[in-house]
Design a protein around this ligand. Structure first.
Ligand code: FES
Length: 159
């Protein structure tokens, strides 16, 4: 299967294998979506349609569950997920200016993904490093004591 940059996708055979793992039980829908998301990075419309068809439930139900839980994404995400802490300690120490610098450097608004599929920018809750607020996380790496000036230097590591 041909896969576009930033859209890892998942083939029908793999969706079918995941469904078989859960014996095609409609009550395993959350687990099925979780496995699809883990493998593909998101739950595509195509995957939702296939799941609905194989579980013999309406697509609207699959879509409802996939959009209800914040851990699921129905859009492809970038290779690098830039998460900005939006809780109070980071906010009062300048997270807004860091967000503006990230948006400017990446050329996308908060919540967006770069057209090359490299970066997704999103908010997250406390990263557990409030002592070095404001903080961001890029995939598994945490960066603290951020200033707008440091943003281009950090992103350069991932370009
Ligand atoms: S509030 Fe931002 S890391 Fe804790």
């Amino acid at each position: 299967m041909e896969r576009a940059a930033g859209d890892p996708g998942i083939c029908s055979t793999r969706v079918s294998e995941i469904l078989a793992k859960y014996s095609r039980r409609p009550d395993a829908l959350v687990s099925i979506l979780h496995d699809v998301q883990k493998e593909a990075g998101y739950v595509s419309e195509k995957a939702m349609t296939e799941i609905a068809s194989e579980l013999d439930i309406p697509v609207s139900k699959v879509y409802g569950v996939a959009t209800f839980y914040t851990l699921f994404s129905t859009r492809p995400k970038g290779r690098y997920i830039v998460r900005v802490c939006e809780n109070a300690p980071c906010h009062v120490r300048g997270a807004r200016a860091v967000v503006e610098a990230l948006e400017r450097e990446l050329g996308i608004p908060m919540g967006g993904t770069t057209s090359d599929g490299r970066f997704t920018l999103e908010y997250t809750s406390c990263l557990g490093v409030c002592g070095v607020a404001p903080a961001i996380m890029i995939n598994e790496a945490v960066y603290g004591n951020l200033t707008p000036e440091r943003v281009p230097l950090i992103l350069k590591e991932y370009k």
